[in-house]
Write a new protein. Structure first.
Length: 169
């Protein structure tokens, strides 16, 4: 792993890696950047060109935070047990520390006694995969719905609802 990539993946202020992923020339570099742009800690089990052992503790911490950001986009209530499982973590204190460090991404309420976090509002999100390059590691697990497909689906749904309201076929 080159020094520039290591520095970018360890940078505590950097959470978006899509641009680097798009401009990467080597499959091993692109694979790691793919996981940091779109993946989670669980995706480290499928590495083809890199080894998990090559990642520093700072990189694993970063990927855990990125995983929590992904969870915050999917769920409004997240239990500490679920975060522990998804991020391969043990300590509730570490979970709370990560959540506090991610305040720029979402507004939340932390319930230390109930061991859960409630996501109130999201301010930022992970990078969005839009089929720019084929995925090496993530495959079918990453949704590939484009904006146009989403708009088309919403338009069809709207027409269906209008037909139901007016009792037309």
């Amino acid at each position: 792993m080159n020094a520039g990539l290591k520095e970018a993946l360890e940078d505590p202020q950097k959470y978006h890696y899509k641009q680097e992923w798009l401009s990467s020339d080597f499959e091993s570099t692109r694979e790691l950047l793919e996981i940091f742009a779109f993946g989670t800690v669980n995706d480290l089990t499928n590495l083809k060109f890199s080894k998990r052992e090559d990642l520093t503790s700072s990189m694993i911490d970063k990927l855990r935070k990125l995983t929590i950001i992904s969870l915050s986009a999917k769920y409004r209530y997240i239990s500490y047990d679920f975060i522990r499982k998804e991020c391969e973590m043990d300590s509730s204190n570490d979970i709370e520390e990560y959540l506090i460090q991610l305040q720029d991404f979402f507004q939340m309420e932390i319930d230390s006694v109930g061991q859960q976090v409630r996501i109130i509002r999201c301010f930022d999100s992970r990078d969005v995969y839009a089929n720019e390059l084929p995925l090496i590691n993530l495959g079918k697990d990453t949704p590939t719905t484009t904006k146009d497909e989403l708009l088309q689906s919403l338009h069809k749904w709207k027409l269906k609802l209008l037909c139901q309201i007016t009792d037309e076929p």
